[in-house]
Design a protein around this ligand. Sequence first.
Ligand SMILES: C[S@@+](CC[C@H](N)C(=O)[O-])C[C@H]1O[C@@H](n2cnc3c(N)ncnc32)[C@H](O)[C@@H]1O
Length: 220
Amino acid sequence: MFNALANDLAQRLLTGNKHAQKVFLKRRLRAMALPGSAAALDFGCGTALFAPAFTSLGLRYHGYDIDQPLLNYAARLYRGGVFTASKDLLRAKAPFDVIVANCCFHHIPDAPLQEELVFLKSLLADAGWFILIDILAVPDDPSWIHRQFMKLEQGAYVRTREAYRHNIERHFTVRNELVSRSTAFSLNLDWFPIYNDLLVLECRKDPAAGGDGFATAGVR
Ligand SMILES: C[S@@+](CC[C@H](N)C(=O)[O-])C[C@H]1O[C@@H](n2cnc3c(N)ncnc32)[C@H](O)[C@@H]1O
């Protein structure tokens, strides 16, 4: 429990309680006009910092992670959610109207990631959305400060846009692609050198399902 608390507090401090990212995610979820009390899965939820972005929209929140102590911690903080490390439980709760994998896939190598994507596709409602949000690698990064910041990143599979898309497009149809800059302390300053650029891929399971190009104006 102490490690989970330290992890949670460090993230909240460094990211300004992830305020900017929560606002961004909420805006994207709202734009999807999901059905009333839709079921949402936060895959790789960690300490569930993003749970309020889902629940404040009336979505039924399910947090999945492989780290049980983080789930125990999150379940104490967010009483209304379902928190599990069980894939069987997810199968029982499926289908989900929206599945978000937020900064999780950069911890997973390609081969197991393919298996996770097959699993996630099986959980998604036919008219549902899968949203990937993940840290973009910056090849030939010109900023020394940013390069040092990236060395703190614990995930070993921070990918380029092309590599994320290559993995995702074997299973889903990408409808919208955005890049959202997440700056330390949620500062809204373009010049600030401590940031992550997050690739956002909003995807359909069924290529015939609509929804491309909605409300992307003003994204940063
Ligand atoms: C950087 S944290 C992101 C947590 C949260 N989504 C957020 O954005 O604050 C990555 C999380 O992915 C989880 N994770 C790593 N591999 C996973 C897997 N194969 N399935 C589910 N979760 C995984 C880790 O346990 C960790 O909690």
